[in-house]
Design a protein. Structure first.
Length: 148
């Protein structure tokens, strides 16, 4: 994590405590992609990512195993970081780049340059919907109770 934007570190991190005078920490494309994957996993588990989450025991192994993934290097060479970031932002259910079906989806993904390059400042969470049985028909006893 760098305090100065460079050719390698050119994506703003929302989780690095190592920030510059403007309050921005710069990370590499690999680190930023893994941050987005960790955000997707946290959203799936209904959790929030704290600052420097990658040093916590619960996240450290997940972060390290994904950032050291050889498949990520191949995807970056083939598609580029901007396309992968845009793909991960649109497909928030993806929490790993290892499965073959994810590679196939990335190959089919149509990337429009400039549409998703600016990182969002705040992650938007939707309401958690609980799916259960909603009783739409009333029983005879409940109808009689309503009449009283």
């Amino acid at each position: 994590m760098a305090k100065i934007r460079s050719d390698d570190s050119n994506y703003p991190s929302r989780y690095s405590p190592n920030k510059d005078e403007n309050g921005i920490a710069w990370v590499t494309d690999r680190q930023y992609i893994i941050e987005v994957i960790c955000e997707n996993k946290a959203a799936k588990d209904n959790k929030e990512l704290p600052a420097a989450f990658y040093t916590l025991p619960t996240w450290q192994k997940f972060y390290q195993s994904n950032i050291n993934n050889r498949g990520l290097g191949r995807l970056l060479q083939k598609h580029g970081s901007a396309k992968l970031i845009a793909f991960l932002r649109e497909n928030k259910y993806i929490i790993s780049l290892r499965p073959k079906w994810v590679h196939d989806k990335i190959d089919k993904y149509i990337y429009k340059p400039g549409s998703n390059l600016v990182p969002p400042t705040k992650r938007e969470y939707k309401e958690i919907k609980k799916f259960g049985r909603e009783q739409t028909t009333k029983s005879i006893i409940s109808k009689l109770k309503d009449l009283e």
